[in-house]
Design a protein around this ligand. Structure first.
Ligand SMILES: C[S@@+](CC[C@H](N)C(=O)[O-])C[C@H]1O[C@@H](n2cnc3c(N)ncnc32)[C@H](O)[C@@H]1O
Length: 344
């Protein structure tokens, strides 16, 4: 029996996530705004492997074997959650830090409800088991493995799912830097977090489609040297930064002539995704970069067909990569982002 799982996603992307899951032979039981619940299915013994679900593009958090609870007030929801937690804990001695999270979809009322229940639950836990509460760590760690803990996802004012095993695909809301020239800055900051790697002091960065300059700003902030390519103007302090060279040129025709590969290719060019994928293919094939972060504007294109193209074992991007993440970031709109490191 494979167990049901609750998967959260950007609101309105439930259908696309469902299609992505079907490719991995995982089927929908029910869905609503920002989440889907999959079926637990009978499987033949030969197929009884856990679905790893590590390479989903549209998934945010994945909660294993969720149990639904409902109650009509903050106090009664808290009481039920505490009872479930304590029953699960039983006689287990807790002397290591453990993870917990309370989440919901991006609906202001639901966010406030979730915060109230979380506060009340932590208060009650502190009073009952201060030692266990002290070791709690908020958040689902970004990992390819499921971690044990206590994970609550509110799907409605009076209803939540509870799980003891979860994993996060790493998307997270970033904090805006008021000096950054554009809000695109949030995307690149989030991408560096997911990749767990970022430009280092003295590294070279080629930023295609750089204007007004949020991504270049983020690289400069880390001490990198940036070549920014865009016919549009850069804004703010980066215009006169000593470590940036702005080339007013077409990023699609730009030919890099390196003595050694650039440490980073950043690409946020406003173009059709197939054209950008071909551009990335060229950069990887010519070994012009070591790491890349490339944003695809999905627009009206079918994202599932794009994913298949990216992951194609022969013609895709995958064969070039030591690491490849393809994700819809928290800060992506109708976009997905490719983050990777080339094979040596
Ligand atoms: C979403 S914006 C980039 C935002 C930028 N990453 C930032 O952080 O501020 C897209 C950019 O792509 C640029 N662009 C579109 N086609 C281009 C091309 N063929 N060559 C260079 N830049 C291009 C546009 O001028 C625009 O500035």
């Amino acid at each position: 029996m494979s167990m049901p799982i609750l998967i959260t996603c950007k609101p309105d992307y439930e259908k696309i996530l469902t299609r992505e899951l079907v490719l991995q032979n995982v089927h929908l039981q029910t869905k609503s705004c920002g989440w889907i619940l999959t079926q637990g299915e009978e499987q033949s013994p030969s197929k009884q492997t856990e679905t790893p679900l590590t390479n989903l593009c549209f998934a945010y958090n994945i909660l294993e074997n969720p149990v639904s609870i409902s109650a009509t007030s903050v106090n009664s929801l808290t009481a039920k959650l505490l009872k479930i937690f304590l029953t699960h804990l039983g006689q287990t001695r807790v002397d290591e830090p453990w993870a917990f999270s309370f989440s919901s979809s991006d609906n202001e009322q639901l966010i406030q409800r979730t915060k109230s229940v979380k506060r009340c639950w932590i208060d009650k836990l502190r009073k009952k088991m201060s030692h266990v509460a002290k070791l709690s760590k908020e958040g689902i760690p970004h990992s390819s493995e499921f971690v044990e803990g206590f994970f609550v996802h509110f799907i409605d004012f009076n209803q939540a799912f509870v799980s003891f095993k979860a994993r996060s695909a790493g998307q997270q809301r970033m904090q805006m830097d008021p000096r950054a020239p554009s809000r695109s800055y949030l995307k690149i900051e989030e991408a560096f977090k997911i990749l767990r790697h970022e430009p280092q002091k003295g590294e070279t960065v080629i930023d295609l489609g750089a204007a007004p300059g949020g991504w270049s700003y983020s690289a400069l902030k880390r001490g990198a040297t940036v070549t920014a390519i865009d016919n549009g103007p850069l804004k703010g302090s980066i215009k006169s930064h000593q470590n940036i060279c702005h080339l007013k040129a077409d990023a699609l025709k730009y030919t890099y002539d390196p003595t050694k590969p650039a440490d980073w290719l950043l690409c946020d060019v406003l173009e059709k995704p197939d054209i950008i994928l071909d551009l990335l293919h060229k950069w990887l094939d010519k070994k012009w970069c070591r790491h890349f972060i490339v944003n695809l504007k999905v627009g009206r294109n079918d994202p599932i067909l794009l994913l298949e193209k990216i992951r194609d074992p022969q013609k895709g991007i995958l064969p070039y990569c030591k690491t490849l993440y393809v994700k819809q970031l928290y800060h992506d709109r109708e976009e997905i982002t490719l983050m990777g490191q080339m094979k040596e």
